[in-house]
Design a protein around this ligand. Structure first.
Ligand code: HEC
Length: 212
């Protein structure tokens, strides 16, 4: 290699070295450079209810699978209702469905809930004179009121069945009354039912201190 060549060579090497030095010291923020297996850097944030386009395996594109049919949340065993929504289920409820032995209603919750959910149709005393029945009398049941023999002798289990699934013009109340409250309301219905018709009529509907 001639002297001139070696000088040229030195300049080239020097330039490359200087360029490398300058560019490799440039700040590139958070850029980590090359990434192998990017899934390990950026975890996939699976959304329980929606993975939309990317989850093609599970039903509805959801990351979370639907619970197995009949699954019940921990501590909510009383939500399990064994009878089907059918005529046979309704008949079976008469003997199979009974109120919990330790049912309490110290603060009159049964009456409180009855006044919210049931009076619009059945009226404050169960005389079927609520605003809805007044307005659309064709909705009314065949029996006149709770003091009728029909309700007096109606097994509590059947009422529970009716509250759970609904019956004809009466809708299900399962979404607004948890099981223990259904029983409290049923006890209150039976209380109204046991009252003699005259007493039920005489009591002022708004009187919250009596008959509790
Ligand atoms: C939308 C009006 C409506 C509301 C609200 C309503 N019911 Fe009824 N209920 C009815 C009708 C209508 C029937 C008659 C169903 C039938 O036998 O065709 C009925 C039937 C009943 C029966 C007899 C059930 C049976 O097995 O024959 C009971 C007891 C009863 N209701 C209690 C309640 C209670 C307690 C509530 C409140 C949690 C309530 N209802 C709310 C309309 C209503």
């Amino acid at each position: 290699m001639s002297k001139r060549m070696s000088k040229k060579f030195q300049i080239i090497i020097g330039t490359i070295a200087a360029a490398t030095l300058v560019t490799s010291c440039v700040s590139r923020g958070n850029n980590t450079g090359w990434e192998y297996a990017p899934d390990m850097y950026y975890s996939k944030g699976y959304e329980p209810y929606n993975q939309g386009d990317s989850n093609v395996i599970n039903p509805h594109g959801m990351s979370m699978r639907e619970p197995v049919a009949g699954s019940i949340a921990f501590g909510k065993a009383d939500f399990q209702y064994p009878l089907p929504n059918s005529g046979e289920g309704y008949e079976a409820a008469a003997t199979q469905i009974v109120a919990p032995a330790d049912l309490t209603d110290a603060d009159g919750r049964g009456k409180y809930l009855y006044n919210i959910y049931c009076t619009p149709c059945h009226g404050a005393n169960g005389d079927n004179d609520g605003e809805v029945f007044k307005k659309v009398s064709t909705l009314k049941p065949a029996w006149k009121g709770y003091t009728d023999e029909y309700i007096k002798t109606l097994p509590e289990g059947k009422i529970y069945h009716t509250l759970t699934y609904g019956k004809n013009n009466m809708g299900s109340h399962a979404s607004v009354l948890k099981p223990v409250d259904r029983w409290r309301v049923i006890k209150y219905v039976k209380q109204l039912s046991a009252a003699a018709p005259a007493t039920a009529d005489a009591a002022a509907p708004q009187d919250s201190t009596k008959k509790n």
